[in-house]
Design a protein around this ligand. Structure first.
Ligand SMILES: Cc1cc2nc3c(=O)[nH]c(=O)nc-3n(C[C@H](O)[C@H](O)[C@H](O)COP(=O)(O)OP(=O)(O)OC[C@H]3O[C@@H](n4cnc5c(N)ncnc54)[C@H](O)[C@@H]3O)c2cc1C
Length: 470
């Protein structure tokens, strides 16, 4: 690759980077994406998409297991784990191929290699020329320049103190790509990723322990939701150990043993799912004049601008929840700001959160406790799926919709759903809030019948004081 000049260079082609690049190109910028690995970033290649592809196989297996309740008698069902993995690869290649196609269609140049920023050039006379305002990005032996650079290099796995991620001790990305179905699996960390892995592999046939140091699974979710998730996980045969940490981890080539609650366990794979760290190492940020915050994330303002003019940062590199859709939104904000468009800061409360374990969890905004702690006069509406026709018809009466609002203006402060399709249903609550609707408006929006979404409407009615079905 020869030296070249662009209007916008994006480093990293994950959901933050590729969306930023396409939006930049739409706004008329000559744009390049630098990617050191595979187009689509970790999200498409190793994380969100492969996880959901494998989970989909587990979900179908669960449904088959329930077939008799629906009057269907099936023969014995086998898990062909190699075929599950082959489908994962096919899903990934279809979607990453789609992203490559979109980049091409938008005339975004894709450059393979690892990018690092060069320090700003300094001139003795202190007068800055247009040339000085350009930011230089080093890729291999080539120097690329642009007036806008968007850093979108995502995050990397992180272990727990004293435990190296090697051999049978793996991170969450490796878990979804395991070549063989492990007989015994332990997952440390019952956040979204850990819980998805535990629920997925338990249903595919592994013997699974899910270990969480805090007092509940999905510790950042609303308490009512966590209770139902834990119950659902246990029904899948998982051993769920909350308030538990592991110590004295010893690995051989093919097994791992550790101590928990004064007992010793041995498993074939130990997955560490306790969080990730921003991938800043190769970027050489300090020398380039880009500041980090106290957590090691790139410091940004409300338009995703870093401390160096013309350099933006988005996605897992910056504050806020590590979610693909948040990364994409930040990418759009960054390049629209660079193009001189009026932007809006990302609205953290309006970011939906989805956990694709069984039972499914979707949420946004504040939990009931967080709303109370923030001093709101809180009103809650709770409706089980069984209260509406859809819950019984589709065979999930145990799901729950919980709406958290406040009494003064009926503002929607948070929404929490557990049960079938919760990850889809949550979007309605986010949309109502984003369009400045509240609990009373949601309670009066007509919902189709018989759908699970009627439970969302009924939860709003419950919060508004006039629950019909319950
Ligand atoms: C197992 C797992 C499951 C997940 N599931 C979900 C989910 O269901 N939904 C959800 O919203 N989020 C999920 N996440 C989180 C989600 O993957 C991240 O929030 C998202 O990928 C962040 O996007 P990004 O664009 O910031 O970075 P990434 O997707 O991490 O992409 C960054 C890219 O930058 C490249 N790169 C790094 N350094 C350089 C460099 N110096 N030069 C050039 N290229 C570089 C990397 O190779 C990578 O391709 C999951 C995460 C994990 C680990």
């Amino acid at each position: 690759m020869a030296d070249a000049t662009f209007d916008c260079i994006v480093t990293g082609s994950g959901p933050g980077g590729y969306v930023a690049a396409i939006r930049a190109a739409q706004l008329g910028m000559k744009t390049a994406v630098v990617e050191k690995d595979s187009i689509g970033g970790r999200c498409l290649n190793y994380a969100c998409i492969p996880a959901k592809a494998v989970l989909r196989s587990a979900d179908i297996l669960t449904e088959i297991g329930e077939a008799e309740q629906f009057g269907l008698t099936l023969g014995s069902v086998q898990v062909d784990y190699q075929a599950v993995q082959a489908r994962r690869q096919k899903v990934v290649s279809t979607l990453t191929g789609g992203v490559s196609g979109l980049l091409k269609k938008n005339e975004v140049q894709v450059i393979s290699g690892e990018a690092s920023l060069l320090p700003p050039s300094t001139r003795r006379d202190g007068i800055e020329s247009d040339q000085d305002r350009l930011i230089s990005v080093l890729v291999g032996g080539s120097t690329l320049t642009a007036s806008t650079v968007v850093l979108a290099t995502g995050s990397v796995r992180r272990s727990i103190p004293g435990v190296a991620l090697e051999g049978p001790i793996i991170g969450t990305e490796e878990a979804w790509a395991l070549p063989e179905l492990p007989k015994r699996l332990a997952v440390v960390g019952a956040g979204a990723s850990g819980t998805e892995i535990a629920s997925g592999f338990a249903r595919l046939g592994s013997e699974v322990m899910l270990i969480e140091m805090l007092d509940r699974v999905l510790p950042t979710e609303d308490e009512d939701i966590c209770r139902l998730v834990e119950r659902g996980l246990k029904r899948q045969g998982l051993t769920v150990l909350t308030g538990t940490s592991i110590e004295d981890v010893q690995a051989t080539e093919s097994t791992v043993s550790f101590t928990y609650r004064d007992q010793r366990a041995e498993v074939d794979r130990l997955v560490i799912a306790t969080g990730r760290a921003p991938d800043t190492e190769a970027l050489r940020l300090q020398e380039a004049g880009v500041e980090l915050d106290e957590r090691g994330c790139v410091k940004v303002d409300q338009a995703q601008r870093t401390s160096r003019r013309g350099v933006y940062a988005i996605g897992d590199l910056v504050r806020g929840p590590a979610l693909a859709h948040k990364a994409s939104d930040e990418g759009i904000i960054a390049v629209e700001d660079a193009a001189g468009r009026q932007t809006h800061p990302i609205s953290y409360i309006d970011i939906p959160r989805a956990t694709f374990c069984t039972p499914n969890v979707g949420s946004f905004g504040l939990t009931e406790q967080q709303a109370k702690d923030a001093g709101h006069d809180v009103v809650v509406g709770k409706v089980p799926y069984g209260a509406v026709g859809g819950g019984t018809v589709y065979g999930d009466r145990t799901g729950l919709v919980k709406v958290v609002g406040e009494t003064r203006y009926g503002e929607l402060l948070g929404g929490h759903i557990v049960g079938s399709r919760a990850t889809e249903l949550i979007q309605e609550l986010v949309n109502v809030r984003a369009l400045e609707g509240g609990v009373p408006e949601l309670a009066r929006i007509i919902h189709g019948h018989p759908t699970l979404s009627e439970a969302v409407m009924e939860a709003a009615r419950a919060a508004d004081g006039w629950l019909i079905h319950g």
